[in-house]
Design a protein around this ligand. Structure first.
Ligand code: FAD
Length: 454
């Protein structure tokens, strides 16, 4: 790190916007990587040399320009709720916390234009006040930022209807490059794929235009089934049924709900459950469909109570892992995509091979317009070797794994790493943006010396 950059940065942003104390640097150098026992020991000691909190684009540009001239690595941070150490500064340098860039610039007519640091929960509340709502959001929406979701997330509540981030759920982004004079790019269409789920490696997103859905009143229900297979099949039928508006279809096996302490008593012991958010007028249709698969509605939270009490979505997606970890610190998880026509067989093979070592819960989503069965299985952690044996088994039987135990984007299986690498060379010629996250090879990220990426 260049000597004396702190003084130059202080002159630029003032001492309220530059944090150099050990406590702040430690806190703001971490995300939820500790969900992974593989990542935890590797990332525990990583620390930024300083944290800057710009409050507008002009300040950000000055900070980036100074960092470029001094060759200081830059890792951007939203709320730091990512799970793979995406926001951890592997090589020290600066963390740029963008949570102060939190203005909703325009809202209405089916879209919202926002600064990257707006919290998704705030945007959802504002949108619903105006007759709209978010199409998709992660289960961390009360804390997570729009920029952090777009650059570090994938999908969530709403994805059962609207798909994930790559399915038209980002319309436009303003992006800054990492150069002596950072350029402001306005990106739309296919080009957005170089920035969605980029971990801040190809550019810094400051503003986003996202589509909204008309506001719906959501009922929440728990539908119970004697068998997990029937629960998942019911979920598929519901996903395909265009007459039932829905936001959440989350099947899970017993005994996962035991760890949901605030709502555990709402579940039938020993039965599989599907956690639902469906439009409030759909009770009869959901009940009928559940009966077709041998199940029935158990608990219901009326639409009038939506967001007034703890919601069922607080127990789905990766929040399931959070609750499981509260009960047993030796639990970890995988990210998996089951095959549409083969999931019952795949589930059976996994249960026979691993029993309660692997507990299954699912999210029905749409991907490219088609129903898809995504899962974040809970795994009783024994060792890294055993974890990768389990991963190998999943892959052998055709279940796709997006490895959450790596911070390297190209290894996690999501995103467009090849195209992003080309974009990175254009936007970040010194390889300063979140170095070490796009590929494992520093030479590839710096440009010019890459092999096999064109
Ligand atoms: P951060 O963690 O701060 O950042 C994420 C990544 O994006 C980092 O690499 C960071 O450098 C980069 N970044 C942040 N802002 C910008 C920017 N403006 N420009 C460029 N790069 C930027 N994810 C899901 O997709 N769906 C879920 O349902 C979900 N559930 C979760 C549940 C739990 C309990 C936890 C702990 C995590 C979950 N996640 C989920 C992961 C994570 O919460 C989301 O991806 C979230 O949207 C990240 O937002 P953030 O503001 O915290 O981003």
């Amino acid at each position: 790190m260049a000597i004396g950059w702190e003084k130059d940065m202080l002159d630029l942003v003032g001492d309220e916007r530059l944090l150099l104390d050990a406590e702040s640097r430690t806190r703001l150098s971490k995300d939820y990587y500790w969900y992974s026992p593989v990542l935890e020991p590797k990332l525990r000691q990583k620390l930024a040399d300083g944290v800057v909190l710009p409050s507008n684009e002009e300040e950000l540009v000055k900070v980036l320009s100074l960092a470029y001239r001094r060759s200081i690595p830059v890792t951007v941070r939203g709320a730091g709720t990512g799970n793979y150490g995406q926001a951890v500064p592997l090589q020290g340098g600066l963390v740029i916390d963008l949570s102060r860039m939190d203005r909703i610039l325009e809202l209405g007519g089916g879209t919202a234009r926002v600064q990257c640091g707006v919290k998704l929960g705030t945007l959802e509340r504002r949108a619903r006040e105006e007759g709209w709502e978010l199409r998709i959001y992660p289960s961390t929406f009360m804390k997570a930022t729009v920029g952090g979701f777009v650059c570090g997330g994938s999908g969530g509540i709403g994805s059962v209807t609207w798909g994930n981030l790559w399915d038209g759920n980002v319309l436009e982004a303003a992006v800054y490059t990492m150069e002596a004079e950072p350029r402001r790019l306005v990106v739309r269409g296919q080009e957005l794929f170089d920035y969605i789920h980029n971990y801040g490696t190809t550019g810094i997103v400051t503003e986003l235009l996202i589509p909204l859905a008309p506001r719906t009143e959501w009922m929440q229900s728990i539908v119970q089934f004697p068998e997990l297979g029937a629960a998942v099949q019911f979920g598929e039928a519901l996903t395909r049924d265009g007459s039932i508006a829905k936001r959440l279809v989350s099947p899970m096996e017993w005994p996962i709900p035991v760890c949901f302490t605030p709502i555990a008593s709402r579940f039938q012991p020993e039965e599989a459950a599907v956690l639902l958010e469906t439009a409030d007028v759909t009770y009869g249709a959901v009940q009928k469909l559940a009966e077709d698969f041998g199940g029935g509605i158990g608990h219901v939270t009326e639409a009038a109570q939506y967001r007034k009490t703890i919601g069922l979505s607080d127990f789905t997606w990766n929040h399931t892992t959070l609750w499981a970890l509260k009960g047993d610190p030796n639990v970890t998880y995988l990210q998996a995509g089951f095959s549409p026509g083969d999931y019952l067989k795949q589930m059976g093979l996994i249960k026979s091979a691993f029993g309660s070592e692997v507990l299954l819960h699912f999210e029905w989503i749409r991907s490219g317009g088609e129903p898809a069965l995504s899962s974040l299985p809970l795994v009783k952690y024994r060792s890294e070797e055993r974890l990768y044996e389990i991963i190998a088994f999943f892959e052998k039987i055709g279940v796709r794994i997006f490895d959450p135990h790596t911070w390297v984007l190209a290894d996690g299986g999501r995103g467009e790493a090849g195209s992003m690498l080309r974009r990175k060379r254009l936007n970040d010629p010194q390889g300063l943006l979140n170095p070490g996250k796009l590929t494992a090879s520093p030479h590839e990220e710096e440009g010019g010396t890459a092999h096999g990426h064109g």
